[in-house]
Design a protein around this ligand. Sequence first.
Ligand SMILES: Cc1ncc(C[n+]2csc(CCOP(=O)(O)OP(=O)(O)O)c2C)c(N)n1
Ligand SMILES: CC(=O)[C@@H](O)[C@H](O)COP(=O)(O)O
Ligand SMILES: [Mg+2]
Length: 610
Amino acid sequence: MKTLKEYSIEELEVYCEQIRTKIIETVSHNGGHLSSNIGAVELIVAMHYVFDVKKDPFIFDVSHQAYTHKLITDRWERFDTLRELDGISGYTRPDESPYDYFVAGHSSTSISLAVGAAKAIALKNEQSERLPVALIGDGSLSAGMVYEALNELGFRRYPVVIILNDNKMSIAKPIGAISKFLSQAMAGEFYQKIKKTTEQILQYLPESATYMAKKFEEGFKLITPGILFEELGIDYIGPIDGHDVESLIRAMQSARSLKKPVIIHTQTLKGKGYEMAEGYYEKWHGVGPFDVASGEAIKQGVGKNATTMYSEALIALAKKYENVVGVTAAMPSGTGLSPLIQSYPNRFWDVAIAEQHAVTSMCAMAKEGFKPYISIYSTFLQRAYDQVIHDACIMNLNVVFAIDRAGIVGEDGETHQGAFDIAYLSAIPNMTLMAPCDEQSMHAALEYAYNHQGPIAIRYPRGAFLPSLPSMPLPYEYGKAALLKKGTSRHIILGYGNGVGKALVVAKALEEKGIEVGIVDLRFAKPLDEALLLSLKESYDTWYVISESAKIGGVGSLLSAFKEKYTLYVKIKSFEYEDAFITHGATHLIEERLGITPQQIADKILKDIY
Ligand SMILES: Cc1ncc(C[n+]2csc(CCOP(=O)(O)OP(=O)(O)O)c2C)c(N)n1
Ligand SMILES: CC(=O)[C@@H](O)[C@H](O)COP(=O)(O)O
Ligand SMILES: [Mg+2]
């Protein structure tokens, strides 16, 4: 059986098509990242042809585009378990395969990893000449961390090969000077033409002419995107056709021989090979199951999701108040900000993958009297934690953090679960935490936040809320909770955010067993409603907590601190997440694995009682 490195170019091209078909087929069943992956097939096949995955660190930025790598290495047979619970992950994971060098999922870490690996290889003075090779997309090139890495790499000049997959797309059309600079298409095409013509002429000229041509080509690079990297001390090759296996192999072989930092600028078509996805379509970045022939989604989401509720509520607010502004860091459709960017382009922005910049720039807008709504996933806000403290909270600025994907997100797994925002935000002075539980309270929360003085974070889940009460019991008031149901037992459930809907389902299951528990919608996790909570101590011995967050630093922790403060003799039992990263898989299966489905919670409470 031939190894990949023994394939002819023709055989490699056939192999690429087989891989592409496999990816389309699998993603159409399992969902996943389609266009990024089928657009990167030739790149990754060429990587495996030229470099040695058994020794060279293969580093994929975000690694959402690494399906080809998984298929080539050791996961072809298991590939149909993609993103399923106990199946293979949609991202690289060393605990899944020795060929996955590093965990990824958040963007723009690849060049720092390559620099670190190169440093280690140099320090270990290895004879085996291992060479880190990183694949990074044009969208991921917009994050600041990349420049921190390039700054050092260009200075220390470690041998590293960076392959830039420039498909002129992030999730959405990329914004910013970097992507504009990269897509000097004219220079690229023009440069290629000149280069090809020079090579053709050179064939008939004496050796000495080659020197002149080299100088000419060096100079010519100045009008390609290469100047950015060359000036930083990183050699530049390209731009080259990222679907032409032969030129990719040649470029990677010369990059490997340079033994210094080099970036190969490849230009690809996102979605290549599946016509409906080819080009600039946000919708084919991350997809659910779909029919390959028609491109139609198979499983449509049920009801209006929390993101749409947020988007509609923000549109209403933007109409009402001129000083409402907002930002997303490269997730316009995911956060629901797209319609606002379209309707109010001078008040709502996509700032590319730049969460730190998104937060700090909005803090300046708050200082200037605007009311910014920073629309961001719980997991990606982690990237801007210092900016929340340093730029929003110390000055107690009027900034709203609209935290989407709070709680379990499902198939994206460990790197994307929205488990930590309550823990990482509740510790910050001046920060207020609140959580709506349905559409009405979402609208009310955004309105409340508009009038709130100081930084405030509003969290809500991926997908739809669990069904809640037909109407809000009372309007939001700073730090005030709502007693939804007194019940007749000495047990009460304190729900927060989407946990309120879950509490209602649990209460119903208990009622069928003759147990009537009380229910509170906490509404604010910080500050807690101390008056209401103190009023519970006489009637309820056991307080159950349902919040979609990590237990440590979560709502249960905040309530335990409250219990300590007033020396209360109540038992607090939290159904939040234990101290472990939460793997990938459908959310309901993950919750079952964690023992926190409404039925499992009801069973646990029943066991408690009897
Ligand atoms: C820190 C961070 N912010 C946002 C995201 C969400 N995200 C995942 S992939 C992606 C776009 C990446 O674009 P690019 O690097 O060009 O890759 P492509 O999908 O085009 O191949 C974004 C914004 C992320 N994974 N990490
Ligand atoms: C790779 C990445 O980080 C994004 O594509 C993410 O998967 C989007 O998540 P949602 O599907 O929840 O919008
Ligand atoms: Mg891209």
